[in-house]
Design a protein around this ligand. Structure first.
Ligand SMILES: Nc1ncnc2c1ncn2[C@@H]1O[C@H](COP(=O)(O)OP(=O)(O)OP(=O)(O)O)[C@@H](O)[C@H]1O
Ligand SMILES: [Mg+2]
Length: 430
């Protein structure tokens, strides 16, 4: 069972040292003192594989570990199920500190909760696809009928139905990779660990496998930790990505955060090739202070606000802050000159706003923003207006520049007032 935060695996200051065990305490002290990997190696001859790695993985999450060759990815993922014993730190899996388990206890965890796919999938060449998929289940003492069902279902899930009786050598690399995956899935793992599982595949098959895997992950109640060198793979599949350098995790972030806000130059160089627009969501491109007025407020005061802030659209909200309408300068000005002088949802020119969630992707936002002449309202948890997005903001974001300046975006025509209802988005600069 995960704890109440839904955390399934937690790594607390995990370090792995290679070298003279007599120097372990000395090296750990140097790590605590912040001495670098190279320095430790030259002084004590010890290699720091992993350095005080701390992170947690939520149930159902797809967690990716990236970093240059030698940065400690394989060492870290292997310590998570103690294929390599960590030198220091705690690893909590499903509420249990596995660093304290006996070898037997650890075997049970591996058998019942985890499965690992290695880079060179480790298939048994003399066994058939079916036997390979079934292998491992045999050690768990489950009945033959159940083993068969699980293996068959896993084979079908990875798209290898019809290949059950072939040997791995009769399969392409991509298909063999899927056998490895089927073997892991047949276990019904709670946590699936994968170390560069797609790296041996040619680009076309790799993309196909990644996409299939993305779908699989959505269908299965699976928590996955993936090591990869491939940025696109990390960005496409990862809910969060940890970047390692010299054994240390230097940033953990969502794809979106990583691309738009890399922690340092090293991370920036990793994500250089990524197009930010692909990972942007409504929250990252919206303006955070749209003008909102209460239903029935004075149109004159709305005009003052608009002039003051140079924002030429206004959202009308009800007593509980929920958005009910949106309109532009023209309509507000007309309302100010009308009998009541108030702005309500039934005022001429006030429309029902188009709305979206803060997490909506650019792809989904496009049609929404293009199909309305008013800004799109980004709604918070209680349906309050958290922000707004105009066509210009979307374009700015796509131009890789999300530091747009609201003043420039929302300017009225020269006479200080827009001439059409498009005033919010399309009026030329003053
Ligand atoms: N058995 C070992 N004995 C000594 N040093 C090791 C051992 N295994 C790994 N290391 C060292 O630990 C560090 C991390 O290695 P690791 O294999 O985890 O890197 P990686 O990030 O997986 O690299 P790659 O991308 O090349 O697979 C390296 O400096 C490596 O030399
Ligand atoms: Mg590795």
């Amino acid at each position: 069972m995960a704890d109440e935060n839904g955390i399934l695996l937690e790594c607390r200051k995990v370090s792995k040292l290679f070298g003279d065990e007599g120097k372990t305490q000395q090296v750990l002290q140097m790590i605590r003192d912040g001495v670098g990997k190279d320095e430790i190696q030259s002084q004590l001859g010890a290699v720091v594989g992993v350095r005080e790695a701390s992170f947690d993985v939520k149930r159902g999450e797809f967690f990716v570990i990236m970093g240059l060759s030698g940065s400690g990815k394989s060492t870290l993922i292997r310590t998570l199920i103690r294929l390599i014993d960590p030198t220091d730190g705690e690893i909590i899996v499903d509420g249990e500190d596995i660093t304290k388990l006996s070898e037997e206890g650890m075997r049970n965890v591996r058998r019942n909760k985890t499965a690992m796919v290695f880079q060179h999938y480790g298939l048994l060449p003399h066994k058939t696809v079916f036997e390979n998929a079934e292998y491992g289940l045999r050690t768990r003492g489950i009945s033959q009928t159940e083993r068969r069902e699980k293996a068959q279902s896993a084979i079908e899930r990875v798209g290898l139905k019809g290949w059950e009786n072939y040997r791995p050598s009769a399969l392409s690399g991509g298909m063999q990779q899927r056998v490895g995956l089927a073997r892991a899935l047949a276990h019904d793992p709670v946590i699936l660990l994968m170390d560069e599982p797609f790296s041996g595949l040619d680009p076309l098959i790799r993309r196909q496998m990644q996409q299939e895997f993305g779908r699989l992950q959505e269908q299965e109640d699976l928590t996955t930790i993936l090591v990869t060198h491939d940025l696109d793979e990390a960005l496409m599949l990862g809910d969060r990505i940890a970047i390692m350098r010299d054994g240390e995790i230097i940033q953990i972030a969502t794809p979106d955060e990583l691309v738009t806000n890399p922690a340092d130059d090293y991370v920036a160089s990793f994500v250089e090739g990524a197009s930010p627009a692909r990972f942007l969501v409504a929250r990252s491109i919206m303006s955070e202070d749209p003008i909102t007025v209460r239903d029935g407020d004075s149109a004159e005061s709305a005009m003052n606000l608009m002039r003051e802030r140079k924002i030429w659209s206004v959202f009308i909200v009800d007593g509980s802050g929920k958005v009910q309408g949106v309109t532009s300068w023209d309509a507000v000005q007309r309302a100010a000159q009308s009998g009541s002088g108030t702005l309500t949802t039934s005022t001429s020119g006030v429309r029902k706003p188009t709305t979206c969630d803060p997490g909506m992707s650019i792809d989904e936002l496009f049609p929404l923003v293009l199909n309305t002449r008013h800004p799109v309202a980004v709604l918070g948890e209680r349906d309050e207006v958290e922000g707004m997005i105009t066509k210009n903001m979307l374009l700015e974001a796509l131009a890789h520049d999300i530091d747009y300046d609201e003043d420039e975006v929302e300017a009225p025509s020269a006479n200080g007032a827009g001439t059409t209802e498009q005033a919010n988005t399309e009026v030329p600069s003053v």
